[in-house]
Design a protein. Structure first.
Length: 318
């Protein structure tokens, strides 16, 4: 049984190995990557916040703080709170955190509630952001359901903001305390450390040959840097630089002429990606199961706002 102690997950390593050994896990991880890409097409600004390690962890830390305040009767988060939270977890500099807050406000991912008092203004996640988080969880929970036949994804879909508020702080604490999540293998980090790198990585995994899971190299359907970069609105130079870093590590390579032939992914890179996902999934499963165990989640939960129209298209692919 998995338990959490001070943000640390006890028993997690055994569960991670169990996930990795499951015969359906590799296929479900590819589908998960495809689910991320589907969400990116619908709500690109929101998904961008999770497409690099730094942005993802800052977002989780802020949301955890927001939900703890909400459950304690003090909803909202100021820019000062946001910045101090990022600093406390060693996630960024003060200037980087402040710029991230301003960007989230500019693009409507958060909104000011009440009078505008500059850095002391109270902000909250926009409805689209709350729904995006529900979809983020539902995509992950659908993978876990695919392994054990559960119905977590359906519960998440119908649960409500109270369920999200109960799960997110526990998940955020565990992610922030996980050595693997904070310091992933170099083949993973070369993507996760740059803007939209996570989306590039997801595209490569989703497009890899499903019959080559045990092969040293799995060929993808990606045949040019430009085609890879275009859906994410990033430059060919940025995408090419990221790929070059991964090639230098032996994580990926071209099957023929660079930029004019399919890319291949090394087995080590695919295994590193799978291990990071498994670690995240174990954390999410434990937090979700603890939050819903015997709680009668079908009743007593405050409903989420009606889903924005764009979320009608965000559904798992399995």
């Amino acid at each position: 049984m998995l338990t959490f102690r001070g943000g640390r997950m006890d028993g997690g390593s055994l569960a991670v190995e169990g996930y990795l050994a499951h015969p359906r896990f590799a296929g479900l991880v590819r589908a998960l990557a495809g689910g991320f890409l589907g969400a990116q097409q619908v709500v690109p600004r929101l998904v961008t916040q999770f497409a690099s390690q730094q942005r993802c962890l800052i977002s989780h830390a802020a949301l955890a703080s927001y939900f703890r305040g909400m459950l304690g009767g003090k909803p909202g988060l100021t820019q000062r709170d946001f910045v101090e939270n990022a600093l406390a977890h060693g996630l960024s500099s003060r200037n980087t955190a402040a710029a991230f807050f301003a960007e989230a406000l500019y693009y409507g991912l958060i909104r000011i509630t009440g009078p505008d008092r500059g850095r002391a203004s109270i902000a909250e996640p926009a409805p689209e952001t709350l729904w995006g988080m529900c979809e983020w969880y539902r995509l992950h929970l659908a993978v876990i359901d695919g392994l054990d036949g559960g119905s977590r994804a359906a519960i998440m879909q119908s649960g409500g903001i109270t369920l999200l508020a109960a799960v997110e702080p526990v998940v955020a604490d565990a992610l922030l305390a996980s050595p693997l999540i904070r310091n992933p293998p170099s083949t993973y980090a070369v993507f996760a450390s740059v803007d939209e790198g996570g989306s590039l990585m997801d595209r490569l995994i989703a497009g890899s040959d499903p019959t080559a899971d045990l092969e040293e190299r799995a060929v993808t359907d990606v045949t040019s840097v430009s085609a890879l970069a275009k859906p994410f609105n990033i430059s060919r130079t940025h995408a090419g630089r990221t790929l070059a870093g991964a090639i230098a590590l032996g994580a990926i390579g071209w099957t023929g002429v660079p930029g004019r032939s399919p890319l291949w992914l090394s087995r080590a890179f695919r295994e590193d990606y799978a291990r990071v996902q498994a670690t995240k999934l174990v954390i999410i499963a434990a937090a979700f199961d603890a939050a819903t165990a015997g709680a009668g989640v079908g009743s007593g939960l405050r409903a989420m706002p009606a889903p924005p129209a764009q979320f009608e298209g965000v559904r798992p692919a399995w």
